[in-house]
Design a protein. Structure first.
Length: 276
């Protein structure tokens, strides 16, 4: 069954209208209508198209990865047809005389060319090998340097970032709205020392996302920038975590095989979870 038909059938089973689905997923109604009609030529980058399909499928209770796989099959089939048609036109436009002329020119060019000598080839290979080894060594050194700097920067940003402090103070002075960007769940777990898996999913673009493993000493930080719609990540942690997001309304999370949850709040802020 085509992915469009699957989406439409799932929506009808839930008794949901296109407008209701659009309001819940934040995806335009005309896009959802095109998806269900099997029309994916809507002038969207493929990464956004796949992200919309993944979000819509999850909303309807369909396996997101299976839906994206079906989408790739349909998009791939359409591209192959266009390529075959174009090749047929090009082949038909060439005349036999032109083909013979091209073959003759190729043979003449080949006969006039000279193969490099064995010594020249050997020197070229040595030069290329030495250059490649130097590039690889330089790349490894740069990766080590940048990784070390990046880890120190992440820890400094999360613990001492004045922007994060400003966000907390603003919310604490907002009266009844205090703490709307901070969620703390206290769950008693006899196996608190075991590692858990934090599953993150973006339903919209996020400029910056930082996760701190609060159970490790020293703390372990994971930073992601310019996260796009449809992005997903699984991160192991011990005892608890703390997360900063520049767009709280665009992040969803789940612990191990638990239910996916929505973070309360708008804009930049923090939320945390502890197994103690």
């Amino acid at each position: 069954m085509a992915i469009g038909q699957k989406l439409e059938d799932a929506r009808n089973r839930k008794g949901i209208s296109i407008r209701e689905a659009s309001e819940s997923t934040k995806i335009r109604g005309d896009f959802l209508t095109s998806f269900e009609a099997g029309n994916f030529d809507i002038k969207l980058p493929e990464v956004y198209l796949r992200g919309f399909i993944r979000v819509y499928a999850r909303f309807l209770g369909i396996d997101p990865e299976s839906a994206v796989a079906d989408l790739n099959l349909e998009i791939g089939s359409g591209k192959n047809k266009n390529v075959k048609k174009s090749i047929g036109k090009i082949g038909g436009s060439e005349s036999p005389d032109n083909s013979r002329d091209i073959t003759a020119v190729d043979k003449q060019g080949t006969s006039r060319s000279q193969l490099p000598s064995a010594d020249s080839s050997r020197k070229t290979l040595i030069f290329i090998g030495a250059g490649g080894a130097a590039i690889v060594l330089l790349s490894i050194i740069l990766i080590i340097i940048f990784s070390s700097n990046n880890e120190n920067t992440q820890q400094s940003d999360l613990e001492n970032d004045p922007v994060e402090t400003t966000i907390r103070e603003t919310k604490l002075n907002a009266g009844n709205d205090a703490g709307t960007n901070l969620i703390t769940e206290e769950i008693t777990d006899q196996n608190a020392n075991k590692e858990s898996i934090l599953k993150l999913a973006a339903i919209g673009p996020i400029e910056r996302l930082i996760i701190s493993d609060e159970g490790k000493s020293p703390k372990v930080f994971h930073e992601f920038k310019n996260v796009e719609l449809g992005w997903e990540k699984s991160i192991p942690f011990s005892e608890g975590f703390r997360c900063y997001s520049s767009k709280l309304e665009h992040i969803r999370f789940a612990i191990d095989d638990g239910i996916e949850k929505q973070v309360n709040g708008q804009g930049a802020g923090n939320f945390s979870w502890s197994a103690k």
